[in-house]
Design a protein around this ligand. Structure first.
Ligand SMILES: NC(=O)c1ccc[n+]([C@@H]2O[C@H](COP(=O)([O-])OP(=O)(O)OC[C@H]3O[C@@H](n4cnc5c(N)ncnc54)[C@H](OP(=O)(O)O)[C@@H]3O)[C@@H](O)[C@H]2O)c1
Length: 215
């Protein structure tokens, strides 16, 4: 797939690199310097490119949206018309101090994004994973037991794309249902973040859901 990265920071740079390693055509966009995007593309190899948000979006089969909530309007404005596009958002609607969610419980950042882009196909994915674990999960991707990623969305085709990308970087995709489930996964991410970053030095945390029979 052609995958456009809108926001090439901790999440976007790592996931973009892993998508490229997994065989996708990646365009990195939206960082404060063009040089950084070019460096990421060179380091990711596998034909990865640097571009503007509009270039990343133009022919993309899927877009990863990975910016601070406060940058949303800016990056969407630069990306142009996203009607029909599959958008995987890992963005959390955090306040400027990164201390709490500005949307929670009865609505979510993912639903807000879909409301702003009614013709796009929004899936919430990868938001429940601390960026520090991404490379080690990818390295261990051939193991039988993989950590889970919860994703949700209202568009079946977009969810298939999301599930493939989640699998390609080494996780087991867990379909949490419609996009409104993001109201619960976003606060869950806060829990994962607290657990990951409360540990000393190098936060390393991933989780796995298992179905258990009754009794
Ligand atoms: N980090 C995590 O572990 C994690 C986990 C789950 C969810 N999330 C969510 O994922 C989203 C992205 O998080 P992140 O940690 O990847 O953020 P980040 O490292 O701050 O990356 C954000 C990107 O936006 C770019 N940017 C910021 N201001 C800009 C501006 N004025 N012009 C152009 N580009 C600009 C940054 O540029 P530079 O590269 O130049 O800084 C960076 O590439 C957030 O909504 C966060 O809540 C993060």
């Amino acid at each position: 797939m052609r995958v456009g990265i809108l926001g090439s920071g901790l999440m976007g740079a790592k996931l973009g690199t892993l998508f490229a390693r997994a065989g996708h055509e990646v365009t990195f966009s939206y960082a404060r310097s063009k040089k950084k995007l070019e460096r990421l593309a060179v380091e990711a190899k596998h034909g990865a490119r640097a571009g503007t948000p509009a270039e990343a979006a133009e022919k993309a089969d899927a877009l990863l949206l990975a910016v601070h909530w406060s940058r949303l309007d800016d990056v969407l404005g630069q990306a142009g018309d996203l009607a029909g596009k599959v958008i995987l958002t890992c963005c959390l609607p955090m306040d400027l101090e990164d201390k709490g969610l500005v949307i929670a419980h009865t609505w979510s950042g993912a639903e807000e994004l879909q409301k702003r882009l009614p013709k796009a196909r929004v899936v919430q994915a990868f938001n429940t994973i601390p960026s520090e674990v991404l490379f080690s999960v990818y390295e261990a991707r051939r193991r039988a037991t993989k950590p889970s990623v919860v994703y949700c969305g209202d568009d079946a085709r977009a969810k298939k794309v999301a599930a493939k990308l989640i699998r390609d970087v080494g996780f087991d995709p867990v379909d949490a249902g419609p996009l409104r489930m993001a109201r619960y996964t976003e606060p869950f991410t806060m829990l994962v973040g607290q657990l990951a970053y409360e540990m000393s030095d190098d936060p390393q945390l991933s989780y796995r859901f298992e179905r258990r029979g009754k009794g």
